[in-house]
Write a protein that binds this ligand. Structure first.
Ligand SMILES: Nc1ncnc2c1ncn2[C@@H]1O[C@H](COP(=O)(O)OP(=O)(O)OP(=O)(O)O)[C@@H](O)[C@H]1O
Ligand SMILES: [Mg+2]
Length: 289
């Protein structure tokens, strides 16, 4: 089967920027000036030894949108996210970030690019140094060579405010925060660098339901207020519906479907997507707002 046959043509060409795109697309008015995708991937293959984990992946994250990535465990979602940040090396294929070829980028430009794509892992505890205050952690992200929280105090306070944390959080260590607060710090750190793309890998799944809801509200509140696009990896179709503009479905190392949430949820094309939606409690009456 041609892996790309299921991908709507709209995904493959440049898209207009802006978070109004969802409404524009829904209204059939998504014509207009083309802007580069925040990220796009063509025929991407990733292997770990004999394991062929990503197979000819084609996908795009339009600038200014939040795209959900769903799929069964082991299908390759984290591998795709980590390849986009440069943690995994592709065996073949192309990755462009903001229209620039990331796969052939070397040296200083590649290091700069590492700031432009930020990866937020599931467990923020492991990514926040226990011996650094939040201020030190954020200062280091801003300036890896001369991390001084005092120099960056205002930027750090603004970054914390964006995720609804008090500026005094800058003086505290990771163990003094709840899981949800640590996840906020990880989000603040990622957004503070004004990346083109944020990859959020199961960032709500380690949190209890009420804290999850809190982070979801936070992400919803930020929509349209930040320029970054986001790839939101999640197992939870309802959360994806709440947070994302579009959804893409990964199955056995391939993106088998991508489109607006409404169209994919109401009218899934691929058998795996149909099964996935049927497994949601209450389905087929899976409700859309
Ligand atoms: N660094 C690695 N070395 C070897 N194999 C790996 C590595 N990273 C991932 N894999 C394998 O690649 C496959 C896809 O893993 P990946 O973590 O991308 O799945 P996932 O879709 O994120 O799953 P989950 O929903 O459980 O997080 C798995 O079979 C995994 O064992
Ligand atoms: Mg994963």
């Amino acid at each position: 089967m041609n892996a790309n046959a299921q991908i709507p043509p709209a995904v493959l060409g440049p898209q207009p920027a802006g978070l109004g795109r969802r409404a524009a697309l829904a209204a059939g008015k998504a014509e207009g000036p083309a802007a580069p995708h925040a990220a796009s991937v063509t025929n991407l293959n990733v292997r770990f030894g004999a394991a062929h984990v990503l197979k000819d992946v084609i996908m795009a994250v339009p600038a200014g949108t939040v795209v959900g990535l769903v799929g069964e465990s082991g299908s390759g979602k984290s591998t795709l996210g980590k390849t986009l940040v440069g943690i995994n090396k592709p065996a073949s294929g192309e990755i462009t970030i903001g229209g620039e070829d990331f796969t052939r980028m070397h040296g200083k430009r590649r290091r700069q690019m590492r700031r432009e794509v930020q990866y937020i892992p599931q467990d923020p505890y492991s990514s926040l140094s226990p011996r650094r205050t939040t201020g030190q952690t954020l200062a280091e992200a801003l300036d890896p060579h001369g991390a001084n929280p005092m120099e960056h105090r205002e930027v750090i306070a603004a970054a914390l405010e964006r995720v609804k944390l008090d500026p005094s959080a800058a003086e505290k260590y990771p163990h003094e925060f709840s899981g949800g607060q640590r996840q906020r710090i990880a989000i603040a750190r990622a957004l503070m660098l004004e990346p083109r793309l944020v990859i959020a890998d199961e960032i709500t799944s380690a949190l209890d339901v009420s804290v999850q809801a809190d982070i979801i509200r936070l992400l919803q509140g930020m929509r349209g207020k930040v320029d970054s696009a986001m790839l939101f990896i999640s197992h939870n179709l309802a959360v994806v519906q709440q947070v994302c503009d579009e959804v893409m479905v990964m199955y056995q190392g391939r993106i088998v479907e991508q489109g607006l949430i409404e169209s994919v949820y109401r009218n899934p094309q691929h058998d795996y997507t149909k099964k996935l939606l049927a497994s949601v409690p209450g389905s087929p009456a899976f409700t859309l707002d």
